[in-house]
Design a protein around this ligand. Sequence first.
Ligand code: MN
Length: 257
Amino acid sequence: MRILLCNDDGYQAPGLVALHAALSPIAEVQVVAPEHNNSAKSNALTLNAPLYVHTAPNGFRYVNGTPADCVHIALTGLLGEHPDLVISGINNGANMGDDTLYSGTVGAAMEGYLFGIPSIAVSQVDKGWQELDAAAVTVATLVAQMKEQHFVGTAAWLLNVNIPNLPLEALRPAKLCRLGRRHAAQSAIRQENPRGETMYWIGAAGAARDASEGTDFHATAQGHVSVTPLQVDLTDHQNLGYWAQTMARLAMAGQTA
Ligand code: MN
């Protein structure tokens, strides 16, 4: 089994290093990751600047680009054969609910999925890397089970996994979840720079608004590993009927005007 490993925290991040170590006994793992922290870069691609790939002494490749850049060039020229699996993480902090729209960790995995490869985004719920080894072992165990049961190498799918920062014996089994929702982000932070100019920092993410049973927020708060299958289609399928009627009315109003 060949795994392409990426992240958004940068190629030196402890989460990437730990996951590489945990996966290496069960797969051939290639790391292609951003040179610097690219959290919240979502699916961004760099179109207006060249990308350079360097190899660190430990064999990790790093790129002066985004997480999606890394996976994109890995799959379109850098690596020979496509990997069987793309894994992104382990991220420093949760990617639950609305986070998945902003997350570079999810963006890297989504890029793999868009190329037809099964892909997993993995995050630890709390920042700071506490119990990182337990999270890495959890991912490796999940991947080994998936391989054994032939979930890898069939169709493309995209999973978003969040792991509570708990020791292995305290972690509860993986639970299938839907995404929760967050409140709007907190206010921007306004400061003055040393030259007297006003600058703004994006405020912290909002607290959970829908953390009800069945969500990733709920499952991880109970100590479970949350597993959410994601899709890329943003179409509002539920309201297509409503919009069909609305657009028909708009067209009729246009004719009589
Ligand atoms: Mn990150």
